[in-house]
Design a protein around this ligand. Sequence first.
Ligand code: FAD
Length: 475
Amino acid sequence: MASPADATVVWFRDDLRVSDHPALHAARAAGGPLVLLYVFDDSGRAARRLGAASRWWLHHSLTALAASLEKRGAVLTIRRGDPVEVVPAVLRDAKAGHLAFNRRYAVGERAQDEAVAAAVRQQGAEVHDYTGSLLHEPGDVLTGEGERFGVFTPFFRALTRQGEPRSPYPAPAELSGLSHPVATQTIESLGLLPTDFDWTAGLAETWVPGEKGAHQRLDDFLHHRLERYADERDLPAAEASSRLSPSLKFGEVSPYQLWHRVREADASPAVKEKFLTELGWREFDYDLLAGREHLDTENVHRTFDRFPWADPDPRLIRAWQRGRTGYPLVDAGMRQLWHTGWMHNRVRMVTASFLIKNLRIDWRIGERWFWDTLVDADPANNAAQWQWVAGSGADAAPFFRVFNPVTQATKFDPDGEYIRRWVPELRGRQGKALHEPWTSDHTLLDEGGRAYPSPIVDLKASRQAALDAFDRMRH
Ligand code: FAD
């Protein structure tokens, strides 16, 4: 790529790592000095503005990246503003002849990248872009008729038919910066952390953001949990999944690294396939995102535009958000989310189904809450999975599949271990008294002396109302 004397600006985005970073790898191989740049664009123009939990993660992930670069002899240059102006300006300041980045896939992000590339080329520099965050380029995996897939299984089959993903690139031992510094802001100046009230203690006690933390979680998963992943991933108390979703979202670990580490792991082939298939869902959701401008607001199946949602009652929405619906599994999940910024996949499905179907509240309201509170809030996975539960998405669950939170709890948390962990009012309870607390007449109090709520909705009647609404939509 660059001639040895030429400097390259490597633009970091959702790839906050030094290992398996194709743009960094190529820039370093070219031999010139490097400017390592992150631009915080909070305008919401190209990409959705980050939610509060994601901002917390980003602050710490940038801090970890800066430390990792410093250890290798380089500086992370931080800027805030519109990349279309900032990136070409940094190239001019650095007298750099090259810009390198790994591609992003939301429609607005792609448009922004093209505008940045055009501005950079106009000032005489070269642009080099790479595939780093997905195992495939959206648009490269197509049906026999040349269409995008609308169904997961044939998509994944077609993806895997393309062959094993390339091997990951190693982390560079050292990086050479510019001889003259480029102006930088501090990470603190980006204002990513809450200022008035610090609600982030639960996040801090649960997570170590950054590339090192991601690889520690990956090692721990491979050594202690992968073998039971297929059998136990649906059991929220078992904690059998990888918990790598926020690290994939921020690119602290690449899907190539995950793919190969799992392939090489000491576990049965069936377990490995199960895990890699889940990773395939991320690829499928990104394929969907790349083809649509408004996956987070527009139904993939436009019939759902006619769905008769109930009036969004703020009291019901608040009860759901705070984990005070009176249904223990729903409440446990929503409290886990509030406290840790993450929720188990099975419980995400149950809590989303409860909001959409039992409360008949528009999936977009739930999607926005998850967007704000999840540390892994992902433009593709969050929107696509909410639409999956609603029945309006690609390869979605049929609308009439209404998850019953009591049946789901007795099946996937039979001993109530997960529920008791997150709903302290129910700690002394077992069996029916735990799963259906309203059947017992003892008042349950939480640590603050607040009573556990009675159910905010009747499951049977609300299920029927949802099915009737679905019928009205169809006819
Ligand atoms: P693992 O089981 O260890 O899976 C490994 C990786 O595969 C995950 O990190 C993720 O990248 C991918 N993956 C796993 N399951 C899915 C899935 N169903 N769909 C797409 N990718 C998957 N995932 C997000 O990353 N961000 C979100 O914002 C998000 N919102 C969701 C909202 C709803 C309503 C639902 C039902 C699911 C959502 N998911 C989301 C998908 C899934 O719940 C999480 O990816 C998973 O729980 C993350 O935990 P893990 O890393 O331990 O997963």
